[in-house]
Ligand binder design. Sequence first.
Ligand code: SDX
Length: 435
Amino acid sequence: MPSSAEEALGPANLTVGGETIELPVQQPTLGRKTIDVSSLGQHGLAVFDPGYADTAAYTSAITFVDGEAGRLYFRGYPVEQLATSHSFLEVAYLLIYGELPGAEAADNFVAKVRDPKLAIHVGIERMFDTFPQSMHPMAMMSIATEALTAYADEDAGLDARARVEQAGIRLLSSMPVFAGYAHAVLRGVAHGKSNRSLDYVEDFLQLCFSLPGSDHLPDNATARALNTLLILHADHELNCSTATLRMVASSGASFYAGVSAAINALWGPLHGGANQEVIRMLQEIKDSGKPLSAIIDKAKDKNDPFRLMGFGHRVYKTTDARARVIRQIALDLVEKLAPEDPLLEIAMKLEEVALADDYFISRRLYPNVDFYSGIIYRAIGFPDAMFTPLFVLGRSAGWVAHWLEMASGPGRIGRPTQFYNGSAERNVPARPGAS
Ligand code: SDX
């Protein structure tokens, strides 16, 4: 059981079949009192927790989400304070090293991430040239990241933690270029070149919007808004994709293999892929001309698999800390960049109708990080398929931090048990005619 910032609390007593077992209980720095059930196996017992909603699988000091209050903290700092006061790379430094960087540390970190020596290997560039225009950019990001296991040359003489740190720097350096190249494949044009003299976000935007056929390069205000969005997406405790990353790390697989797996988990429409699904949903509402009540009723219908995309969250039981900031960015940017786009107005009306409906109120379902982000990306000029790769750009910082945290301490391979409801032992029937 992890050492907590406060003394251990009295034990929990579990009585099963006449036997009472004392289970340690501790109060983490922030969050729920936590019962250590790791001794239950010795008593022939297990716990059942589908989706791990109430299971603390790891000890971590990186991020805390207060779902009741709708607050998010990176190393103790409220994300809304970091979102407009620091650069994405300064916040990546905070997540990875635990403290905000001073000016010199920030300059050194940026210089490492922006080092021209970390340019994409020509072998990976050639892979992008072979990707069909129909390929989803999340597949391209996952394949290119996995390919780093072949093309990256971390210094074998370093210890495990230092090697992961070097790989993490390379990942942060590579991700915006992978996303820029994927954008070019989507557009059916040759990719541009990374310009390391620009800052992280500006270089990414020029990779995406200085392509043949592009009619504009986003301005500084847009670059600042994207910097804030990357920060808001940088980490979020043990969400599905970060938990996947940690599971891969626990087997001793390579860092890049773990990030590639996390990218694929994030792609799912119930997770990071929701930002693209929200736009599809809003577009369908616009094109169908149906009343909003029809979409709300469809979302409430137990017999219909449709969910109100961008709504609900496993942890937040009020509005997602990030959604409040993103909603304001959407209001500001869409007004400026795409005032004719009706989707923002539809989204705001849908939010209003849902939040007045008892189904959503009683289940404490509110807009999450994905509800308004796609509208912003669309106003900037990204195609829908690029929305989740933009999520990857931000979350890569958290993935580096979590991998490093695992590399720093002892760990066991992740291997949940199950509640088996299959057949009891039985014999294979003899084959007809067999001797
Ligand atoms: C992200 O974990 C993270 O931190 C993730 C993330 C991050 O930064 O990494 O925040 C990013 O993934 C945000 C979520 C994006 N996904 C969506 O917007 C998809 C739509 N949302 C739902 O699918 C759902 O809310 C989840 C997946 C987000 C959460 O699912 P849970 O926690 O398993 O909740 P549940 O399915 O058990 O829902 C509880 C009840 C159910 O109704 P009852 O069985 O009680 O009658 O709420 C209902 C659900 O049917 N419900 C919804 C709903 N979300 C939950 N009903 C309609 N529309 C919805 N969106």
